[in-house]
Design a protein around this ligand. Structure first.
Ligand SMILES: Nc1ncnc2c1ncn2[C@@H]1O[C@H](COP(=O)(O)OP(=O)(O)OP(=O)(O)O)[C@@H](O)[C@H]1O
Ligand SMILES: [Mg+2]
Length: 341
């Protein structure tokens, strides 16, 4: 298996692509180092993906990536997807790993194993990415214990990886090796209590990264996203759903809601939950003739059930105000009409 994998990665040919052409469809004259063709390890292109303002810093980093990149932002805002969709456009192979409190360097570098009665070294994602010029995408890096993460310092500096278990093998980083970490915190710890398990990272370790903050896409982008993913939802309904999500985000941040609600709530709308809400609204639509109100029914299952009773009541009140006329439907093929104020 590993031989097939490495043969394919070995045969990849670098290519210079026009950055504008790749990301916006318009020639820009700026080239970006990429691969000529995708491999089995290149993420698939999501044609509904929208590169928005928050992706700009990541694109700039890709144009001339010399240092590792640390991307942080709220859960479900699109950090991992942004990296993978950029990689997909540039045909980069991606090795994706999720950090956790018990992650060990060996999980990244590799380990000895027995094959056909012989001891052989099985390379891990870091060793493979370094050797073959792939992206190591280390998600939730702030869940990793800082002393383990600091074990990567020399790799982050661009030094070769020395694998003592494999007879001191030295892996010199391929010029197209990229290291990207994503996290919900900036590595300085979580004082909100929302991201349980995250750990304050070592300052010298953090100092090795270019840092980039990614936020939720703008309302216009999220509206287009819903419209692209769920073409059967009327545009006006998508727009109100995004406005609703932004109201919830305001309440979560303790900011004044434009709907005169004042309490701070403990749940918020990620782009992931918003897309789930859209998906469930479409899927529950055929149940409308049984008295199910698709938008609010889906809202409970996409987000509100995660909240306390009080918050759920507030989410329902907000929904009543913003979706005063529920989606009308009279059967499985009913259309969403008259669904927004
Ligand atoms: N710009 C976008 N275009 C299309 N889909 C998007 C966009 N941004 C986010 N999404 C969608 O939102 C969902 C969450 O994205 P993703 O998993 O990348 O978030 P994340 O920030 O890495 O979350 P976490 O902090 O939980 O790791 C995915 O389904 C993704 O496809
Ligand atoms: Mg992620």
């Amino acid at each position: 298996m590993q031989t097939r994998l490495t043969d394919e990665l070995d045969s990849l040919q670098p290519a210079d692509l026009d950055a504008g052409q790749v990301f916006s469809g318009k020639q820009s004259g700026t080239t970006v180092r990429a691969y000529a063709v995708p491999s089995a390890y290149t993420p698939s292109i999501d044609h509904d993906y929208i590169f928005h303002e928050s992706s700009r810093d990541v694109v700039v980093w890709f144009l001339n990536a010399q240092e590792p990149l640390y991307v942080f932002g709220p859960c479900g805002c699109g950090k991992s997807t942004c990296i993978k969709q950029l990689a997909a456009r540039l045909n980069y192979p991606v090795f994706e790993v999720t950090g956790h409190g018990r992650l060990e360097i060996a999980d990244l570098v590799g380990h000895l194993t027995i094959k056909d009665s012989n001891m052989v070294f099985e390379y891990g994602p870091l060793a493979l990415a370094m050797r073959y010029g792939a992206i190591l995408l280390l998600n939730e890096i702030d869940l990793t214990s800082p002393e383990i993460a600091a074990g990567l310092n020399s790799v982050l500096d661009g030094s070769p990886l020395c694998i003592a278990e494999n007879g001191g093998e030295l892996i010199v980083p391929h010029p197209m090796f990229r290291f990207v970490a994503t996290a919900n915190t900036n590595g300085g710890g979580d004082d909100t209590g929302l991201y349980q398990g995250t750990q304050r990272q070592n300052l010298a370790w953090l100092d090795r990264f270019t840092i980039c903050e990614v936020g939720y896409p703008s309302a216009d982008v999220e509206k287009s996203l819903l419209a692209r993913r769920f073409p059967s939802l009327p545009e006006s309904l998508c727009a109100t759903m995004v406005d609703y999500a932004n109201e919830v985000r305001k309440l979560f941040m303790g900011e004044a809601s434009t709907n005169n609600l004042t309490s701070t709530i403990e749940v918020t709308f990620s782009t992931r939950s918003l897309l789930r809400w859209g998906d469930l609204t479409v899927r529950f639509q055929p149940l409308a003739h049984q008295g199910v109100q698709p938008v609010t029914y889906a809202l409970d299952r996409a987000l509100a059930y995660r909240a306390s009773r009080e918050t759920r009541a507030m989410l329902h009140e907000l929904a009543q105000r913003m979706f005063p006329q529920q989606v009308e439907a009279e059967g499985p093929n009913a259309t969403y009409t008259n669904s927004v104020k």
